[in-house]
Design a protein around this ligand. Structure first.
Ligand code: GDP
Ligand code: IMO
Ligand code: MG
Length: 423
């Protein structure tokens, strides 16, 4: 079976921490979509790492890690990421497998990302500028290059043809702020390094694992509200971030999907542009940003913050078929006098518990329910039953509203600051 762990909000829910925490139960951890727009933070034994493309199981010595076909790979960034983990994982090459069908992010994809964002002006998506959108566009447009292509004799010719097309687009957009020669030198060097890794036919690998009864964890990137189909389009990423993406992003049939873990923060964040109904664009929002260290793990940008949005959460639980919830960062709300969660949306005078089909053009007024805070003393060492009643009430209200159990509560960035909550 393939279990799935994915973010239910706008990304940065804490997927890296929990994927690492759950890894000992699995033989393989696999990424199925996204690319270096992701920044997954892990902390253990006093060490901190941020992973972008490498699955979060890499630090466990008996787990294989697969970068699946649905992922887009920037060889230069992957090389930098490997350099950051190499001393911790000298044997990483034995345990890192890369799909030959994963698409390559070319230097001109990154330049195109910057060019189109700059052309959009105020309407920009707030992309991470990692080349994600242009790479997926070429994939769907049937002109992309894949990891396996680097082993083919005609790679350089195909590369040159695509780059010529990209340069026309970049010129059309009037963008000049780049040095392609420098970027290409790094890119071709990184391709040579990439060739020294296990580049595999990963759909056979993963299905062999399934027939041998091995346990696989699919690790999502971004969040469900950033999904290209159901997120706050067009302010989304360019991949399928939902459970459905696991099948196409790894080459597995739906019948193999097992348990789906949905992760959410006890509040909400979003980085980049786009609608955010429960946003706190005020001092309180700033307080949460500072206490929660809500700055992008990849880009360092300020994350926007707001109250927990149960309407959106119920929507993404439905879309993903979530079996069990994992609540993160409750500790960040320690010491707050009162907190709120959105239980309904008011849209044009009508109360609704549905996310409108166009969140961008619809004025949504969240309706909140208030809760008393739980003081400063919340700690993972207490066990859930001994925690402050106000915290337990908060958790039980969320579970009742969502009709889904929270199985794990995280109260700190470290691997062990994690509480299993029994029924
Ligand atoms: P991901 O993209 O979903 O893996 O999440 P990020 O790593 O981008 O952002 C989550 C941030 O919260 C990271 O800095 C984590 O170290 C941190 N974090 C994770 N869980 C907790 C928690 O329970 N409490 C606190 N205070 N920080 C946490
Ligand atoms: P993890 O996996 C939070 C956001 C960007 C932007 C939009 C499109 O760490 O949760 P893109 O670069 O994909 O074209 O940007 O999506 N975004 C993320 N926000 N966490 C992420 O990943 C994100 N990956 C992309 O900020 O608004
Ligand atoms: Mg992140």
């Amino acid at each position: 079976m393939i279990d799935v762990i994915l973010g239910l909000q706008w990304g940065d829910e804490g997927k890296g921490k929990i994927a690492d925490y759950l890894t000992p139960k699995y033989d393989v951890v696999a990424r199925f979509q996204g690319g270096p727009n992701a920044g997954h933070s892990l902390e253990f034994e006093g060490k901190k790492f941020v992973l972008n493309t490498i699955p979060s199981g890499i630090f466990h010595k008996t787990t294989l890690n697969l970068i699946g076909n649905g992922v887009v790979i920037d060889p230069v960034r992957l090389g930098e990421e490997i350099a950051r983990i190499q001393s911790e994982c000298p044997d990483y090459k034995d345990r890192l497998l890369i799909s030959q069908k994963a698409h390559l992010i070319l230097p001109t994809h990154r330049i195109l990302d910057a060019a189109s964002e700059s052309a959009k002006g105020d309407a920009k998506i707030g992309s991470t500028l990692r080349g994600i959108g242009p790479t997926y566009r070429d994939k769907i447009g049937r002109s992309g290059l894949r990891v396996g292509d680097i082993l083919e004799a005609d790679f350089n010719n195909r590369y040159a043809a695509i780059v010529a097309d990209h340069l026309k687009m970049i010129q059309f957009l009037g963008y000049t702020d780049f040095n392609l020669k420098e970027e290409e030198d790094k890119f071709f060097q990184a391709l040579e390094f990439l060739k020294t890794h296990q580049l595999i036919n990963s759909e056979y690998f993963i299905n062999d694992c399934l027939s041998q009864g091995k346990k696989i964890l699919a690790e999502g990137a971004q969040g469900s509200m950033l999904d290209v189909e159901f997120g706050s389009y067009p302010f989304v990423t360019s991949s399928n971030t939902l459970t459905g993406g696991v099948c196409t992003g790894l080459g597995v049939a739906p019948k193999h999907i097992g348990k789906v873990y949905g992760i959410f923060k006890a509040y909400c964040t979003r980085v980049g542009s786009g609608p955010f109904p429960t946003e706190l664009d005020n001092d309180l929002g700033e307080e949460i940003r500072v206490k929660g260290h809500e700055f992008g793990a990849t880009t360092g940008r300020k994350r926007r913050t707001g109250w927990l949005d149960l309407v959106a959460l119920k929507y993404t639980i439905m879309l993903n078929g979530v079996d069990e919830l994992i609540m993160m960062k409750g500790d960040v709300l320690n010491g707050m006098e009162n907190l709120s969660v959105a239980t309904d949306y008011e849209v044009n005078g009508t109360i609704s518990q549905q996310v409108p089909s166009n969140l961008c053009s619809t004025q949504v007024n969240p309706i909140y329910r208030e809760f008393p805070g739980w003081g400063e003393n919340l700690s993972h060492l207490q066990g859930f039953n001994n925690m402050d009643d106000s915290f337990k009430n908060y958790v039980h209200f969320i579970e009742n509203y969502l009709e889904k159990k929270i199985g794990v509560i995280s109260l700190g960035p470290q691997r062990d600051a994690t509480v299993i909550k029994n029924a």
